[in-house]
Design a protein around this ligand. Structure first.
Ligand code: CIR
Length: 420
């Protein structure tokens, strides 16, 4: 599957992202579905939610988000539709169903047959929506489970868990240049999400003939999540070593990128605290203009950052040179972007506003062009300061969407951006 990405490749390919801020042309979203209604208080911790969003309102908010993008010339593609469209071949669909069931942790053979029949009996789009929503025991009307496991666990309502984090399309895979990292997620619940991306990139007609290079594969055993992957420029990537991403994964991505003929020359591995509030690099720091970033003041530093750069000894093989830095965030960004930068503090740096607004993704903006970003309405302190710095805001409602702990960047995966 792997193919070198030429520096000369243009934005006409189905994937092209060489910055965080180049004008956004095409993006992948997921409209929240019944998986959100299947959340119960007992499941919140394991399924990585802090509260239960009200689906009807979450969808209204999400539709406003999508509308803001289309109104600004962005093509919005939906994960659930692409996944259904990728399954036109009957054999591919059956393999997909088998894999989905295995990765849902179903070991009982009879249950697996019953679920396969159930999925095969649904029209494709309904099947995908149902897989995402989760399957309750009583939906498999003709199945009577008698195994010891089922008798011991008969209080548990689902045979297949809901996947409520799907609307955070940023994380299961990430576009870098004209390729992707198909990620291995930290948790089992989110790792199941990456199956959809695997089939879309292999089998959807929009992508299948593009020979998309994989900078990372979901079969890896170390974790990597898209919220930790930031494209600072066509030469420099930033990747978080975080609660969700392992240092070994950062090195694997580096090796693949450097071995191919991409424009990327340096990867900066940012070692950030492993905490829920800071779960990914993009929860504490996003780029809003060529020289401006919104940040959580707690990561101003000095920070431990590892500079990983391409090194070609005489033999011609690609090696990685690693240098440990201990610098302030501002100095790091200025050094690698080769310009003065302005850091705009989430919640104006005020202790209370900053903590509250960062928790609700005040530092997590989606740039649709240089100096133009989508933000949550609730982060009014940060939003005012962004405007004072000349940033154009597209403000979307956020009462329900924010309960999943992710903002506009987390809810979107850019497929194509203009080259800066
Ligand atoms: N990039 C991001 O920060 N995504 C937010 C993911 C939130 C989701 N509830 C999670 O814990 O994985």
């Amino acid at each position: 599957m792997e193919q070198a990405v030429r520096k000369s490749e243009t934005a006409s390919s189905c994937l092209h992202v060489t910055s965080e801020i180049g004008r956004l042309r095409s993006v992948l979203l997921h409209r929240p579905g019944q998986e959100v209604e299947n959340l119960t208080p007992d499941l919140l911790g394991r399924l990585l939610f802090d509260d239960i969003p009200y689906l009807e309102v979450a969808r209204q908010e999400h539709d406003i988000f999508a509308q803001a993008l289309t109104d600004n010339g962005v093509e919005v593609l939906y994960l659930e539709q692409l996944a259904a469209e990728a399954l036109t071949d009957a054999a591919v669909k059956e393999t997909f169903i088998r894999q989905f069931i295995a990765e849902a942790g179903i070991e009982n053979e009879n249950l697996s047959y019953a679920l396969t029949d159930y999925f095969l009996g649904l029209p494709k789009q309904e099947m995908i929506d149902k897989m995402m929503a989760g399957v309750r025991r009583e939906e498999l009307a003709r199945y009577r489970g008698h195994s010891l496991f089922e008798q011991v666990n008969d209080f548990y309502p689902f045979v297949c868990d809901p996947m409520p984090n799907l609307y955070f399309t940023r994380d299961p895979f990430a576009t870098i240049g004209s390729g992707i990292t198909l990620n291995h997620m930290r948790t089992q619940t989110r790792n199941r999400e990456t199956i959809f991306a695997e089939y879309i990139f292999k089998h959807h007609p929009h992508f299948s003939s593009a020979n998309i290079p994989l900078w990372f594969d979901r079969n890896e055993t170390t974790a990597l999540e898209g919220g930790d992957e930031l494209i600072l420029s066509e030469k420099v990537l930033a990747i978080g070593i975080s609660q969700r991403t392992d240092s070994a994964s950062v090195e694997k991505v580096c090796r693949k990128l450097f071995a191919a003929d991409t424009s990327f020359e340096t990867v900066l591995a940012f070692h950030i605290p492993a905490s829920r509030a800071f779960m990914h690099l993009d929860t504490v720091f996003t780029m809003v203009d060529t020289d401006k970033f919104t940040i959580h003041s707690e990561i101003e530093g000095p920070l431990t950052v590892y500079e990983m750069s391409k090194y070609l000894p005489r033999t011609g093989e690609v090696r990685i040179k690693i240098e440990k830095l201990n610098l302030k965030l501002e100095d790091i960004l200025e050094k690698y972007l080769e310009r003065k930068v302005t850091l705009i503090r989430c919640g104006s740096g005020d202790k209370i506003h900053a903590a509250r607004e960062q928790w609700n993704d005040g530092a997590n903006t989606l740039a649709i062009a240089p100096g133009e970003v989508v933000v949550y309405a609730r982060n009014h302190v940060t939003n005012r300061i962004l405007e004072e710095h000349g940033i154009k805001l597209h403000v979307i409602p956020s009462s329900e969407l924010s309960r999943g702990r992710g903002g506009p960047r987390c809810m979107s995966m850019p497929l194509v951006r203009d080259h800066l």
